[in-house]
Design a protein around this ligand. Structure first.
Ligand code: TRP
Ligand code: SF4
Length: 437
């Protein structure tokens, strides 16, 4: 069966295992041991999948340059779901990444019909203030897509490498889809590739932490990264002898670039009109690195396909899904702390109907939205969380007091966060923010 992942619909993705099979997302567990001190979401399996995260883990270990990139469509209130993404951006920044955050005003303009003025207001008031309050450091770059010339230029170039059939296969676009909506998709690909432009230090691993609904963008962008590059390195096999060798294809490359590359590759090579066969170079990633260097020297692109991580969504506080159209289902980072605490107290638990039953049978933390809040946001200490879980399962923990604790923690978090937002407002000038002119 074909699962369509649509970033603009609000349907929830429940069966994550399909993503592994159908879209080639790898289980996160595989890279976990390679990460120096994994983020809480990684340890708790909230981040369940990735593409190419190995290169990010390696950069963190070796100190090689890498970046984290994410975008937010300025559509409404900033809430706990956004906090999840922001936490991951900030964490990668702490681990040494240079950070890029795009406010996707082109997407909001084309998909939601918002004015530029409204995009700016929501962008600053909701997203940027909370991002800074959550610890984003001033050396990162924040930009509105419509104010960022390099993103817009790159988006146009990327547009030359994708046609309508591909877009409709990925997104289900039809004859009714507006041109700007399609452009916003190219703009998003440009967001993701921008950190690898020369002005930002050239090709490097970039990670984009997202929910699984955003994966179509990543598939598109990873494909485009390859199509934009001056050279493509492929593994080939000699039909006669069965010997494996590497081949560098450079259809759009200048003759001089191919010649220069030939000079630099050690061992036996053969230069053809549009490609070089490399017969004695066993190290694929070493060759790729060399090829990138030459491409960049000759003014071409040499994008590394962006890496990504995928996190589970929280469910709604009342069960079901979290949705902006149901305010009680979620907590906004700007909710009055008292209101936020109230929402926690009204949330659906995994407890039994009567206290007696609960004492006998225990609760079901995996079906409890209060437990989810603690797991995703409120309790940093793994041991403390595990204790809560065990107490719940064994029936020694009662929902009333448990909710009370979570409500208090939520209250304190919101109060603290909102104070930090006000500080952030005063610090905005210290940040690199590119607004629409
Ligand atoms: N499409 C994303 C959203 O709906 C926003 C976005 C824009 C984005 N550019 C991005 C996400 C780049 C990740 C990477 O919120
Ligand atoms: Fe949820 Fe706490 Fe009740 Fe367990 S005791 S079901 S974790 S509210």
């Amino acid at each position: 069966m074909n699962t369509k992942l649509d970033p603009w619909s609000s349907s929830n993705i429940t069966d994550y295992s399909k993503l592994f099979e159908e879209f080639g997302i790898s289980p996160f567990e595989n890279v976990l041991p390679e990460i120096p001190s994994p983020h809480m979401y990684m340890r708790r399996k909230i981040i369940f999948g990735h593409r190419d995260y190995e290169q990010i883990a390696e950069a963190m270990r070796t100190g090689a340059p890498f970046s984290v990139m994410d975008g937010f469509m300025p559509s409404g209130k900033v809430h706990l779901g956004h906090k999840m993404v922001m936490d991951q951006i900030v964490w990668h920044q702490e681990m040494g990444a240079s950070a890029f955050v795009g406010i996707a005003d082109r997407e909001a303009y084309s998909v939601r019909g918002f004015s530029w003025q409204k995009c700016r207001e929501i962008g600053v008031e909701e997203y940027i203030l909370s991002l800074i309050a959550l610890g984003f450091k001033p050396d990162g770059l924040i930009y509105f897509q419509s104010g960022c010339g390099s993103v817009k230029d790159l988006a146009f170039e990327l547009g030359a490498k994708v046609n309508f059939s591909e877009l409709s296969a990925i997104y289900g676009f039809s004859g009714e889809t507006g041109l700007s909506h399609m452009l916003s998709v190219a703009t998003q690909a440009a967001d993701i590739l921008q950190p690898q432009l020369e002005e930002f230090g050239g090709p490097r691993p970039v990670v984009v932490p997202v929910g699984p609904d955003q994966d179509p963008h990543l598939r598109l962008t990873r494909g485009l990264a390859g199509k934009m590059n001056m050279f493509r390195v492929e593994e080939r096999e000699d039909v006669k002898t069965g010997r494996k060798y590497l081949s560098v294809r450079g259809k759009a490359a200048q003759k001089e670039a191919l010649q220069e590359l030939k000079k630099r590759i050690p061992g036996k090579v053969k230069l053809y009109e549009e490609h070089i066969d490399v017969l004695e170079y066993p190290d694929l990633s070493g060759l790729e690195k060399l090829v990138r260097e030459v491409a960049v020297e000759f003014g071409g692109y040499a994008f590394i396909p962006p890496a990504s991580t995928y996190h589970r969504f929280m469910s709604g506080l009342q069960g079901g899904k979290m949705s902006s159209s149901i305010p009680e289902s979620q907590i906004a980072l700007t909710d009055d702390p008292k209101e936020g605490a109230k929402k926690v107290k009204k949330a659906k638990t995994g407890g039994c109907v009567t206290l007696e039953e609960q004492k006998k049978l225990g609760g079901k933390p995996e079906e409890c939205s209060v437990f989810e809040l603690m797991l995703f946001h409120l309790i940093d200490d793994d041991k403390e969380l595990l204790e809560i879980k065990l107490e719940c399962l064994s029936g020694t923990r009662m929902c009333g007091s448990c909710k009370q604790l979570a409500a208090e923690k939520m209250h304190d978090f919101l109060k603290d966060h909102q104070e930090k937002r006000e500080l952030a407002r005063e610090q905005l000038d210290e940040y690199r923010i590119i607004y629409k002119k």
